[in-house]
Design a protein around this ligand. Sequence first.
Ligand SMILES: [Fe+2]
Length: 358
Amino acid sequence: MSNIQTTTQTSVQSSGSISVRASTVPLKPTGALDKYEHVDLTPVIGREYPNVQLTDLLNAENADELIRELAIIVSQRNVVFFRNQDIDIEKQKLLGNKLGILSGRPQNSGLHIHPTTQPTSELGLEISVITSKNPKKKEYESELDISRFASREWHSDITFEPVPSDFAILKVHTLPEVGGDTVWASGYEAYDRLSPALAKHLEGLTALHDARQFKIYAKHIGITLNDGPRGNPENIGTSLQTIHPVIRTNPVTGWKALFVNKNFTRRILELTKDESDATLDYLHRLVTENHDLQVRFRWNKNDVAIWANSASFHNVTRDYGDEFREGNRVVSLGERPYFDPTSKSRREALGLKRWSDL
Ligand SMILES: [Fe+2]
């Protein structure tokens, strides 16, 4: 463990801190998307626009205003859904970049290149193909000796990168006859359910994120990991480890969110291993055992989900046996996560009752 810490801290220090935002003042919505029919799917997370084509937003005269507003709404609601979309790969990448740029990401951030994506990839480096065709998955999972519980894969995308993701856009084009739903959970609401004493304890702590599973996967299928830069000059090398705050401030909303996840977060560095294990277990349970901070989406062909990796967690439901499920994902990069002690929780900012007072 001490070796991991030393390695990671060294790489963090040597890479400097260039991926910061020009402004950390939260963005205010303008109401530019209010005219489109929409429905909030739960009180705390998820929204669907049943009749909007994302390409119409991109082609509109005021496209930048609309996409900036979309970035704010995704940041507030964690995940937003669009049915039966005609958006193609190039426009999906354009949208990913626009969401980040118009909501103030650092200039050196672009679209992520996943470390397992190969130079020969048919759709290019900036598209992750999310597919059920993974014949060696069981083999490398047995080496990891991981849980078979469906909850084991709750995560935010690519938090092993020093500069992780702000937004992700997934379009699913092939689905099993039934099943394959995705579930998202709110990092804001998870934070809001902490007692003030525990919240205060966690604020300012940092955690190690590590994607060792991708190294084992690469070894099993005989590929070389992409050593970067992966969409940002700080996302380099193949350690696939970094350190992030346990509680982070979302830069778009200014709200505090829980930022540890079951799939990548290994250790809270300021605690002993036993304290860290117990704390992470509690925080993961907070996310996975409270279905009233989650939203479950049943996909239809060509539906699109856009989510804020900076304030949410998600998990696919692998209940479809050997059937084929596949989609294309664009992951844009934000800034180095930070915690602003003056920021507010979502409930506090919206004037809602504290969870403990409900
Ligand atoms: Fe994911």
